[in-house]
Write a protein that binds this ligand. Structure first.
Ligand code: AMP
Length: 223
């Protein structure tokens, strides 16, 4: 299974990606997490990405394409992968297709987890992230036991720079302008499957489970 999770920021791709990783036992590559770790570790990748991320802009295609290409081509991903947050532009999708074809592989499906702008503003505006390890809480939907403190590792909970309301709005504008064209791009290749991200996480997970079962049947029939 070579899967892509597509959708606006805050639609639940991260939550579902982590569930899928456990269920399918496949590596989960979330470019936002990879970039944030690179910024924390002050690597060259992090230094090239930081200013774009803080503004809510996409980092340049060539910066992210190299980083994700290495992971897809690793032993860890030999049986498949789950991509979250990549591709986010048509050139990135073309680079992914080229890399997969070089490896003699192809995408199994692209799951579009959709949510409207108001829902995204509500979800991301209330999100609190653990400063050390990125564990995620929400002031209304998933509050920590002690305000401002991560239940899992006790570190401070912060508002990510890019979860400030004006930056969320900008991230949404970027999504509509640069990432949404991928919906048609993958629909034309019959790879797109739509999932309603406005439902609760368990219902979204169940919907994804049914979709993957169908994708698997289709893949088996094609053999
Ligand atoms: P996320 O956690 O997926 O919302 O990503 C956080 C930030 O990382 C984005 O706002 C971008 O600045 C950057 N980023 C993540 N993935 C990509 C990508 N595929 N292309 C360009 N920038 C990305």
């Amino acid at each position: 299974m070579n899967l892509v999770l597509l959708g606006p920021p805050g639609s639940g791709k991260g939550t579902q990606g982590e569930r899928l990783q456990a269920d399918l036992r496949l590596p989960y590559f979330a470019t936002g997490d990879i970039l944030r770790a690179a910024v924390r570790d002050e690597t060259e990748l992090g230094r090239s990405a930081k200013e774009y991320m803080d503004r809510g802009d996409l980092v340049p295609d060539e910066v992210i394409v190299g980083a994700i290409g290495e992971r897809i081509d690793s032993a860890e991903a030999a049986d498949g992968f789950i991509l979250d947050g990549f591709p986010r532009t048509v050139p990135q999708a073309e680079a992914l297709a080229a890399k997969l074809s070089e490896l003699g592989r192809q995408l199994t499906g692209v799951l579009l987890i959709d949510a409207d702008d108001d829902e995204v503003m509500r979800r991301l505006g209330g999100r609190r992230t653990c400063a050390e390890n990125g564990h995620v809480f929400h002031v209304d939907f998933n509050p920590p036991e002690r305000e401002g403190v991560c239940d899992i590792d006790g570190s401070e909970l912060i508002v990510r720079d890019d979860d400030r309301p004006e930056v969320i709005r900008h991230r949404l504008d970027q999504y509509h302008a640069k990432t949404e064209p991928l919906i048609d791009f993958y629909d034309h290749q019959s790879l797109l499957r739509r999932i309603d991200g406005a439902a609760n996480p368990d219902a979204v997970g169940a919907d994804i489970g049914r979709t993957l079962a169908t994708l698997k049947l289709e893949a088996d029939e094609a053999i």
